[in-house]
Design a protein around this ligand. Structure first.
Ligand SMILES: [Zn+2]
Length: 312
């Protein structure tokens, strides 16, 4: 397999596309809104990016990071996209006139972290990559290898059993870590709690983005700020339990945080070692932030395609 690689990182909020320099750095990147619950709409959006007259994203090999389990080059389902039907790489090959390769998005992010991020900067050959964004995902890297064979669905461990507080998760269960402490979960809880506060104060707060809650929490002199701060302390505790579960399974290997929510709000939502220790018997490892920002998935898509091309 030879030729020009185009990378895609498809998530619940955005679709990112990139082309690359010959040594794998991102050259041109485009971000558009994701398409939810509409397979043909999603494929059409991808096709339009490739077939755009500017030809920025026309290539020979299209490498996709996708938010769900990938088996034999088929995406089996994608809860963040509200898709329950499979999509095969060959379906997209017909549409894009090129070779298409699929990988799970978090596994692509782990590839980039290993080859370009913490793997290099902190000289780590083993770590757990934890992505906190519109959902919560994870991937295990052991001895310089991304362990694709483990689903690592820690985001679907239940951390909230109180039915007044538990959100319905994309998996159908209630109170999952990813349904509570993801961007989606935080927004949902804040809307519920500030909605009931409105009955007392008469003030209506419009919440559209997760960041709005972090902004409100900056001012505890009013009721809304007080509620938002308490909510963020609760999120930090969910994260302590979730990370504690990871440490219970994998022991003292470092944890690297990726994803927009995790990176932008690291200081406020990532618990300290003593908080995580309340949920685990094992020594708590270092919890580090990724250096790759939002580009981890796109950089990993390139590395994955290059690996499949058997080039050094
Ligand atoms: Zn779930």
């Amino acid at each position: 397999m030879r030729g020009r690689i185009i990378g895609f990182d498809v998530g619940g909020s955005n679709i990112r596309a990139a082309n690359y320099t010959s040594d794998g750095r991102i050259c041109i990147k485009r971000i558009c809104d994701s398409v939810i619950g509409d397979k043909s709409g999603l494929l059409g959006t991808i096709r339009n990016l490739v077939k755009n007259p500017d030809n920025y994203f026309k290539g020979d090999i299209y490498s996709f990071g996708l938010p769900g389990p990938v088996h034999d080059q088929t995406l089996l389902r994608a809860p963040p996209l509200e898709l329950n039907e499979p999509i095969s790489a060959s379906e997209l090959e017909d549409l894009l006139d090129g070779t298409v390769v699929f990988n799970n998005d978090v596994n692509n992010a782990a590839l980039s972290e290993l080859n370009l991020g913490a793997g290099i900067k902190h000289d780590l050959s083993s770590f757990f990559l934890l992505t906190l964004s519109s959902g919560i995902g994870g991937a295990l890297v052991l001895n310089n290898k991304v362990c694709n064979e483990f689903p690592c669905e820690f985001g679907h461990t239940v951390v909230e059993r109180n039915e007044l507080k538990a959100n319905k998760c994309s998996c159908g269960n209630f109170g999952c870590w990813g349904g509570q402490a993801s961007g989606y979960g935080i927004l949902k809880m804040a809307q519920r709690e500030l909605g009931s506060s409105e009955i007392v104060t008469g003030r209506r707060i419009e919440l559209r983005r997760t960041e709005d809650i972090f902004q409100l929490a900056g001012d505890e002199t009013n009721r809304e700020g007080f509620i938002s701060s308490a909510l963020i302390r609760g999120i930090r505790d969910y994260n302590a339990q979730g990370i504690g579960n990871i440490v219970n399974v994998f022991g003292e290997i470092p944890i690297v945080i990726m994803g927009g929510l995790g990176l932008n709000q690291f200081e406020r939502i990532i618990p300290g070692k003593e908080d995580i220790a309340r949920y685990t018997i094992n020594p708590v490892p270092n919890v580090l932030r990724s250096e790759l920002g939002d580009d981890g998935g796109l950089l990993g898509a390139y590395i994955y395609a290059r690996g499949l091309r058997n080039e050094p």
